[in-house]
Design a protein around this ligand. Structure first.
Ligand code: SAM
Length: 197
């Protein structure tokens, strides 16, 4: 996908102004960007009307910015992250849309808030336990399109990896699966499911 120069400027501002630029740049490893490009290409086929989107575990806001630059018809994105440092950086990363009222980053635990958006994205499934995930799922609209990503990368901060796509499907507990797939990356395999409760 193409990143335009105006957005690139805000990406660089967000990195430079963030509390920890090296850590913020972790969001730009090619595996991270390829996973998000894959998500956008797959989600695009399922979104036909202007939609509102919640991104849970939205980190520093790169996925939101990439969606705004894609063909997905999107009127508003809220990015939710439990780490208070992410809010400031994500709002700068998406400064154009923040200024026009189409984007807002907030600090919250995804399991404590409800979502009334048309689409809910959680690419941080490996960062929450199954109990937290189950609670999280109850807070989403019955008809929401849910986009989930996880992986088989076994490192300490990943508290619930999936060892296969089938295992991830089981963990997801979605009944109407519109898409499922995997993406081979150098260090791990990323899994994705798009579906409804
Ligand atoms: C390393 S990042 C993103 C990893 C993910 N694979 C991706 O590419 O989007 C994981 C993010 O999830 C956030 N997070 C973890 N638990 C959370 C929770 N309960 N509620 C909201 N955000 C959470 C962390 O603060 C972090 O910013």
């Amino acid at each position: 996908m193409q990143i335009d120069l105006e957005h690139l400027h805000h990406w660089m501002q967000a990195i430079r102004q963030s509390n920890n630029p090296m850590r913020t740049m972790d969001a730009f490893w090619s595996g991270q960007l390829r996973s998000k490009e894959w998500l956008i290409n797959c989600l695009d086929e399922h979104v036909h009307v202007q939609s509102t989107i919640d991104i849970h575990g939205g980190w520093v806001g790169v996925l939101a910015s990439m969606i705004f630059q894609s063909n997905i018809p999107c009127s508003y994105i809220r990015s939710v992250d439990i780490d208070p440092l992410c809010e400031f950086t994500a709002n700068i990363m998406n400064q154009i849309e923040y200024n026009s009222g189409r984007f807002k980053a907030i600090t919250a635990d995804m399991t404590n808030i409800r979502s009334d958006t048309d689409i809910v994205i959680n690419t941080s499934c490996e960062h929450i336990t199954q109990d937290q995930y189950d609670l999280w799922l109850t807070g989403l609209r019955q008809d929401a399109i849910i986009v989930l990503q996880s992986n088989n990368y076994n490192i300490p901060e990943h508290i619930r990896i999936a060892k296969s796509l089938d295992e991830f499907v089981e963990q997801s507990e979605l009944t109407n699966i519109l898409y499922k797939g995997e993406l081979e990356l150098p260090l791990y395999t990323r899994y994705m499911i798009i579906g409804q409760k």
